[in-house]
Design a protein around this ligand. Sequence first.
Ligand code: 26V
Length: 822
Amino acid sequence: MNQAMTTELPRPSPKSSDPAELAEEVLYCLTYRIGKNASVATRHDWLTAAIQVVRDRVIERWIESTKAAYDTKAKRVYYLSMEFLIGRLMRDAFSNIGMLEDMRKALATLGVDIETIAALEPDAALGNGGLGRLAACFMESMATVNVPAHGYGIRYVHGLFRQEFSDGWQVELPETWLDHGNPWEFERRERSIEIGFGGTVQSVTDAKGRLERHVWKPNHSVIAVAYDTPVVGWRGARVNTLRLWSALPVDPIMLAAFNAGDHIGALRESNMAEALTRVLYPADSHIEGQELRLRQEYFFSAASLQDIIHRHLGQYGELLSLPDKAAIHMNDTHPAIAVAELMRLLMDVHGHDFDTAWDISKRTFAYTNHTLLPEALESWPVTVFERLLPRHMQIVYAINAQVLHEARAKEGFTDAHIRSISLIGEDGERRVRMGNLAFAASHSINGVSALHTDLMKQTVFHDLHMLYPDRINNKTNGITPRRWMMQANPGLTSLVREAIGDGFLDDIEKISELDKFADDAAFREKFAAVKRANKERMATLAHERTGAWIDPSAMFDIQIKRIHEYKRQLLNILEAVALYDQIRSNPDKDWVPRVKLFGGKAAPSYHNAKLIIKLANDVSRAINGDPSVRGLLKVVFMPNYNVSMAEVMVPSADLSEQISTAGLEASGTGNMKFALNGAITIGTLDGANVEIKECVGDDNIVIFGLTAEEVAERRAGGYEPRAIIEGSPELSQALSAISSGVFSPDDPNRYRDLIDGLYNHDWFMVAADFDAFCKAQREVDQLWRNSPQWLSKAIRNTARMAFFSSDRTIRQYAREIWNVPV
Ligand code: 26V
């Protein structure tokens, strides 16, 4: 770091973007906000100072945006999500505000390398995967397309765990993103809200003994404290707020208990409160009804609802206009308890009758479904629900009575239909079905790809769709091109600007002008050079993190996502094993050199997913260490995959693996990131792959395997994986290599369960798709051999991905769901 020191620091004019003045501002912040001078500042201090300088610009626009929304009485969008997988914010904010390059220069004059300090910023992993990352892309797009919006979520002290490998096994370590403080957030103690749990419900009657209202008397409560983070849109168009709630004990020093001599009790209560927002649940499907999870859901939903109502009343003084001024969006069912909370506030606190409250709620709420996996559909035992939220339980029953009443009046509705749409599941233990609650209370329920939306109508919501046929609609997911191209792939961005000008930066549709360069040999060379540089950067990262050397001239074949059996990392590993065998048997064949890269975390309690990670690492060790392979195939599993790692991996990919069992991946968004960055997809006709194929064209994607319909038919018709495995020499060979301990000589039985599962039921149809997958991979090799042709296809992928911008998705939400002008 530069030792340059100024003795006098005039407070600089805050709007300058002149690098010399910016440098002065950085020094000013270092001195007066951090309390250090340049000679003793740590790299973290420089990072904080640089962020604070840009933050000042952001704050000015933030205040303007907030005031404008108020003055114009604009309708606001409230996006409720248990997860926001935002990653790092510095580059995003600097770039969107247009100061990245000026700040780079300013810091350089101080002897500070912006990339070095950028790498120190923690990656905020307040989410598990697709659903959380979508929420983050949506926040950025809402600011970009000028939708006045607030995101509401939880400020987890520990986000998704840090993953390490110990002898190839996943080990989970706590993640501590707040260790050095968080310069992006502003604590709002004045927005503290008391949230109650448990207790009893009293009925208040009037003089004539008629029921006037219900009063819920919780028996314990916690305080929700707001922390606000500004979210900057492209070119600083607008700045919205991400408001995350943190839990504190009502009486932080527990004076009453303490004075009464109950020291332990005081401590326990204080710990209980803070435990509420301590950690993100790390499972992206299946939850064994942990009560803490329901508490988290209610805590953040209730705090958000009360905050929304407070803001609305502050401006409009009544609540009948709520649906005209507020759209409340539920990101999956995790905030569905907000429905009962709004009903409670409207009826018990503000004196509206049920019908009015129900009408207001339905016109205000909308819900997005992100998965059809039955184990991921949330439901809570009535006993737990009732004990924790007795008044909400009554309200759920009242809503249910209303819905069932409407169903009974509908022609053709049988008892079986009634049972399936009920908000209370009666098979076995009685449970509150959060999906049905969210559906019943929403005027719009959307799927996240065309296929997923159709399947919603045919499966989980078949009967509710019959009852309310106008509600289900499709909004295919998108990704923000700012983070996923402009920031993550500056090389490609400059090349595209050189070719077609800057128009696509503001209007991504214009990227289609790149199409005409697909057959331009000179452009192809430049495109290849950009990809090469990205692959070199990736190779360096792979070496740093795993010790493996990978050759940037090999094909980079990448599968990064949560580890899940339906996503079929196992299919990809089996293909690697089969290829390994073929390379050894036919050493003289003209093999295409490949590097198979993996990344992803398994839920800590998901046994098979953890076994799949171990298998990938075992296979990697065997293949990478076998000299007879001569580097023609390498397998590398990158530990601790997160948003920041995706930003390096995605731009380096030649081939994008999107190989889920058809019908099970709701959309996928990684598929979009890769294609935008010029990777070719190998994939099944699942989720958004179907629409990607339509956009890029059949010749520019490699599709294989069963369709969703064929998967369903096979399931219904008695699927026999054993016969398929026995009929496929490659698959049999690969499986027998694994089960005979070739990759696990220390424990030959390690993969017995995994392999037996394939022979016995193979829920995810790995066997059924294996041969087709291998064949498709050899077609990919063929394409790769013709480099100009490969590059043309890659360029066409980039040129044809505009549809998958989250700006388009958000405009559709705004026009078709929220009724907000864009
Ligand atoms: C579900 C559950 C179920 C209860 C336990 C805790 C928990 C935590 C997260 C989730 C969400 C899983 C759903 C999810 O992430 N779905 C993904 O959403 C993406 C955005 O729409 C979509 O692209 C992916 O296909 C879909 O898997």
